[in-house]
Design a protein around this ligand. Structure first.
Ligand code: SER
Length: 337
C-alpha cells in the first residue's frame, strides 16, 4: 500500500511556503513538497521535501511508485518579469512542467478510480489590455474578458488553465470508456503581498518591495508610475483561497477557473500607506517603460463574484486589515530580529 499524500510543488516560493504551513496547521500531515531549491528547516519539519525538477520524468515516476497522490498544489512557476528574460525556460517550467503533472494526475485518477484534486494558481497576467483607455473603460474584468496576455508567463498561465480544464472535462473524450478524470480547480490571483517573504521575478513586485524596503530603512525607487493601479491580496487570503477552493463541494463549482481578489490600489496609495507606517521611508518613482507596459496591460480590478457565489470566497483582509493587522506588525517584527 502506498501512502496517500498531498504534493506541493514550488514550495520554496512565496505562496508555497505560506501554503505548506497552513496545510500542516490543519489536518494535513501527509505532505510531500518539491522544489528545485533546497527547503529551509521550517519546511522540512512539516513535510517530506524532495529537492528536484518538476521536469524530471524519472523523479515523478519514483514519486508515484512510492506514494498515492490524492491532491496536487502546483505552485512552481517562473513569474512575469523573469519569464521575459528567459522565455524558453519559462515555457518549459510553466507549461511543460504543468503538462507533466497533469498527465501524472490523469493517470493516477484512472488508476485510483477517483479524481486527483489539482489546484493551480493562475494570475492577473492572464489578462492583457491593449491600452490605458481600455483599462479605464473595463475596470473590473470577468474571467472571460480580455484574455490576451502580453507576457510569456501570462500566456503560459492562460494556456495551462485551458489544459487543466481539458484534462478535467474532456480528456480522452473519444475513448470507448470514459476514464475517471482529474479534478482541476484554479484561482486567478491578483498581486500578492506577504509579510514574511519577498517575491522574485514578478512585475507586481513593486508593492511588496516598497513595503519591505521601508521596513528595512532602505530607499526604494518604484519602477511604475504613481497612478498605476492593479488588484492585490495579502498572503493569508491567497492561502485561504487555495484551501477553500480545494475543499469546496464539486457540485457547486460552475467553472474551473475563478477570479479572486481583495483590494485595488495605485502605487501612490501603497506609498501613502507605507509612509504612514514608516514616516522616514524614502520612496521615489522612476518608471521602467517596459515593465510599466506589462502592468498597464493588467486590469485595475477583478470581478470575483463567481467565486463568492460558488464556493463562498470572501477575503478576510481588506486593505486596512492587510496593512494594519498583518503586514506592518509582522514586517516590523521580521526586520527587528
Ligand atoms: N505576481 C505575478 C507577477 O508579477 C503576477 O501573477 O508576475
Amino acid at each position: 500500500m502506498r501512502k496517500k499524500i498531498t504534493l506541493i510543488t514550488g514550495v520554496v516560493g512565496e505562496v508555497g511556503q505560506a501554503l505548506v504551513k497552513s496545510l500542516a496547521e490543519g489536518r494535513d500531515t501527509n505532505l510531500v513538497t518539491m522544489d528545485i531549491r533546497p527547503a529551509p528547516d521550517e519546511i522540512t519539519h512539516l513535510s517530506i521535501h524532495i529537492q528536484g525538477d518538476i521536469l524530471d520524468k524519472s523523479l515523478l515516476a519514483r514519486l508515484v511508485s512510492e506514494y498515492e497522490i490524492t491532491t496536487i498544489y502546483h505552485m512552481a512557476a517562473l513569474l512575469s518579469t523573469r519569464g521575459e528574460f528567459t522565455p524558453v525556460e519559462a515555457h518549459q517550467v510553466n507549461v511543460e512542467g504543468t503538462m507533466g503533472l497533469l498527465q501524472l494526475a490523469a493517470e493516477q485518477s484512472e488508476w485510483r478510480k477517483e479524481p486527483v484534486l489539482f489546484i493551480f494558481p493562475s494570475s492577473i497576467a492572464a489578462y492583457g489590455m491593449p491600452d490605458l483607455k481600455t483599462k479605464a473603460d473595463f475596470p473590473r474584468v470577468r474571467e472571460w474578458e480580455w484574455n490576451y496576455p502580453i507576457t510569456m508567463y501570462g500566456c503560459n498561465k492562460l494556456y495551462c488553465e485551458m489544459l487543466g480544464t481539458y484534462f478535467s472535462e474532456y480528456y480522452r473524450q473519444l475513448a470507448a470508456e470514459q476514464p475517471v478524470m482529474l479534478d482541476f480547480r484554479c484561482v486567478r490571483f491578483p498581486g500578492l503581498i506577504s509579510a514574511f517573504t519577498v517575491p522574485s521575478g514578478g512585475t507586481s513586485d513593486y508593492g511588496p518591495e516598497m513595503l519591505h524596503a521601508a521596513a528595512k530603512g532602505e530607499a526604494y525607487t518604484c519602477f511604475v508610475r504613481a497612478d498605476t493601479a492593479i488588484p492585490f491580496m495579502a498572503m493569508p487570503d491567497a492561502v485561504t483561497a487555495l484551501v477553500k477552493l480545494a475543499q469546496a463541494p464539486k457540485s457547486g463549482l460552475r467553472r474551473c477557473v475563478y477570479n479572486v481578489t481583495s483590494f485595488s490600489l495605485s502605487a501612490a496609495q501603497i506609498r501613502d500607506l507605507v509612509v504612514e507606517a514608516f514616516p522616514a521611508a524614502q520612496i521615489s518613482f522612476q518608471p521602467d517603460v517596459k515593465r510599466q507596459r506589462i502592468v498597464d496591460s493588467w486590469p485595475a480590478d477583478l470581478n470575483d463574484e463567481d467565486a463568492r457565489r460558488d464556493w463562498g470566497w470572501q477575503p478576510a483582509y481588506d486593505v486596512n486589515r492587510s496593512f494594519n493587522e498583518y503586514l506592518i506588525p509582522n514586517i516590523i517584527q521580521r526586520y527587528q530580529k
